[in-house]
Structures are given as structure tokens and as C-alpha cells.
Design a protein around this ligand. Structure first.
Ligand SMILES: [Fe+2]
Ligand SMILES: [Fe+2]
Length: 221
């Protein structure tokens, strides 16, 4: 399927862009200081907290679809919603273990890219192509699978961030679990035959990866 190939290609481009950006490389190699890691976690918190809601709304939007394949997608969205529950709390706990007050962190506004990311997700899940949210999952789970475990390990073992070992639960909780989630995602995507929906999945993946990359690049400022 042409779109699955495009998704894999987009994911590779996304990874290349992230690995080419200094803030991401610094985090991945465990060379980040507290300030960078805290700013990264704050932006992470601001999109992660909406993920279960987006998945629930997307599942609702697909209810009663005439094509039975969308029932499988709906089930995947509902399972994914459960998998994502509480991950915002992991981020807040990590921030607490870095000495940050979660109440203050929650009041810090997200950057423009994360605002746009959330607004775009809200639009997608209520649109006639709510299935496009699979594109967001493909990109985000794709990078978690690739980078979550090594980033958590390097930050806790190599960085000089005080208490880093107790502040990587969000990253460490993703890497391995997401190997399986990616396999499920690829399977679900191959079931879809509607070209309009498949194109929407690819577009969502591209928008989300652009916004996420810009957010990361902005951490250098
Ligand atoms: Fe998560
Ligand atoms: Fe996952």
C-alpha cells in the first residue's frame, strides 16, 4: 500500500530531522542539563494530557460507520485510550522528582507548536476523516519506540541532572511497550481501503511531525 510506504518514509524523515537537531541529540545522548530536560517535559505534558481525550472522540466519531473495518479502528482507538491514561501523571511525577512544582508547571502555557498540535488534533477527531488520528499515533509511537528507552537510560546514567534516575518514568514507560503498539497500528492501517481516509492519515502524520520537530528545535532558544 502506497500510503503505508509514505508513512514509513515520513517516520524516517521525522527521525532524521530530530536526530539532526541539537536539543534532541543532547537529550538522546544524555548530555542535557536540568533546564533543557524540564522544558522538554513541560511541552510533553501539554500534548500528552489531551491524547486519551482525542482517542475517545475519534472512536466516537467512527461509531456506526458503514464499513465494518472502522469498527476495528474504533476498538484500537478505545484500547489506545486506556493505554494512554495517566501518562500525563508520569510526566508530572518526573517533573516533581526534578524539583518542579506540578501546580506551577500546569499553569505554564505550551509553545505555539504544541498549541497548534492540540488544535489540529481536536479538528481531526471531529472531522469526517477521524481515522486520520492513526497518523499521529504512527509518528509519536514511532519515535517512542525508537528513542524512549535509550533516552531514559542515557539521561539517568550519563547526565548530571540531579535525581535523573527517578525522573525518566515517562520515557522509560514508552520505548518497549510501543514496539507492540506499532505492529498493531501497521496492521490496522493495512485494513483501510478508502483512499481519502488513507491520504488523511498521511497528512495528519506529516502535520504532527512538523509541529513536534519545530517544538523540539524551539527548545534550543
Ligand atoms: Fe503515552
Ligand atoms: Fe503506545
Amino acid at each position: 500500500m502506497e500510503q503505508l510506504y509514505m508513512l514509513e518514509k515520513s517516520l524516517n524523515n521525522f527521525c532524521e530531522r530530530l536526530e539532526g537537531s541539537t536539543p534532541f541529540k543532547t537529550l538522546l545522548e544524555g548530555q542535557a542539563d536540568s533546564d533543557l530536560y524540564i522544558r522538554f517535559l513541560i511541552q510533553t505534558y501539554h500534548y500528552v494530557r489531551f491524547t486519551p481525550i482525542s482517542l475517545r472522540v475519534a472512536a466516537n466519531s467512527l461509531e456506526g460507520h458503514f464499513d465494518p473495518v472502522y469498527e476495528t479502528v474504533r476498538e484500537r482507538f478505545k484500547e489506545h485510550e486506556l493505554e494512554e491514561q495517566g501518562h500525563d501523571e508520569w510526566v508530572l511525577n518526573d517533573l516533581r522528582n526534578l524539583g518542579e512544582d506540578p501546580n506551577i508547571v500546569q499553569r505554564i502555557s505550551p509553545c505555539d507548536e504544541i498549541d497548534a498540535y492540540n488544535a489540529y488534533s481536536k479538528f481531526v477527531v471531529k472531522s469526517s476523516n477521524a481515522v486520520a488520528l492513526l497518523g499521529q499515533a504512527f509518528m509519536l509511537e514511532g519515535i517512542s519506540q525508537r528513542y524512549g528507552t535509550p533516552m531514559a537510560r542515557n539521561l539517568s546514567e550519563r547526565s548530571e541532572i540531579p535525581n535523573a534516575r527517578n525522573a525518566v518514568t515517562f520515557l522509560a514507560g514508552h520505548g518497549d511497550a510501543d514496539q507492540e503498539h506499532m505492529a498493531e497500528l501497521r496492521h490496522v492501517i493495512t485494513l483501510i481501503t478508502d483512499e481519502g481516509d488513507l491520504d488523511a492519515v498521511v497528512l495528519c502524520a506529516q502535520v504532527v511531525s512538523q509541529l513536534y520537530s519545530s517544538m523540539i528545535e524551539g527548545l534550543a532558544a
